[in-house]
Design a protein around this ligand. Structure first.
Ligand code: GSH
Length: 212
């Protein structure tokens, strides 16, 4: 039984979504970031960075949503969400997971926590730079979907789609949402129809974004 420390509408969403999709038994532990639950001494013992998500796997905490998605896909290989070593899509899978995590996670962090990169006085500049970096990634993702769609790795749904879709969702508060890119818009129409994505929104009490 997995335990997921989560807060609605955060980086835990993709993990929560994948757990529903693969049908693995799990318990949710609400860690409300608006109430500061991620900074309590007990939670910091699990996740020293004081962020969600944390997934307890065989009694030990696993951190970083991207790594957790990859671990779950690998532990439930029969669900087909990760190409196994030696499969043709393996290299593209690794590349996109690492690229999206590297290029988007820090940029979104800078957008949503703009005082962090260089202090409150430079928050506006930090947000503008973050926005430009996010938009440059959407250019590449849009081109990938145009060349390879309908999913990020082609015909097969994979962990990349869970990560990409969650990150696209995060763009809803930016001046230019990911849906402004036509291939991403088509992709999201397909992803938003997935019962497990709709279910995770319902379970987290989220009504924005899922219907466009
Ligand atoms: N790279 C981390 C990012 C985690 C993260 O920044 N989570 C945010 C919510 S999306 C958080 O917990 N914020 C609360 C805080 O920083 O105090 C991951 O993917 O797990």
């Amino acid at each position: 039984m997995y335990q997921l420390y989560y807060s609605p509408s955060t980086a835990s969403l993709a993990v929560h979504w994948m757990l529903i999709e693969i049908g693995a038994p799990f318990e949710l532990v609400l860690t409300d970031i608006d109430a500061g639950a991620q900074k309590t001494p007990d939670y910091l013992k699990l996740n020293p960075g004081g962020v969600v998500p944390t997934l307890i796997v065989d009694g030990a905490p696993v951190l970083e949503s991207t790594a957790i998605l990859m671990l779950l896909a690998e532990r439930h290989l029969d669900k087909g969400l990760a190409p196994a070593p030696g499969e043709p899509e393996r290299a593209a899978y690794l590349q996109w997971m690492v690229y999206l995590a590297n290029a988007l996670m820090p940029s979104f962090r800078a957008w949503y926590y703009p005082h962090e990169p260089a202090g409150e006085a430079h928050a506006e500049v930090a947000q503008a730079a973050a926005r430009a970096r996010v938009e440059a990634v959407w250019d590449r993702v849009d081109a990938q979907l145009a060349a390879k769609g309908p999913f990020m790795l082609g015909e097969r749904l994979s962990a990349v789609d869970f990560l990409a879709t969650m990150l696209m969702r995060w763009s809803r508060n930016l001046p230019r949402q990911a849906t402004a890119w036509p291939n991403i818009a088509r992709y999201l129409a397909r992803m938003r129809a997935m019962p497990s994505l709709r279910e995770v929104h319902a379970r987290e009490g989220l009504t924005d974004w899922i219907d466009g």
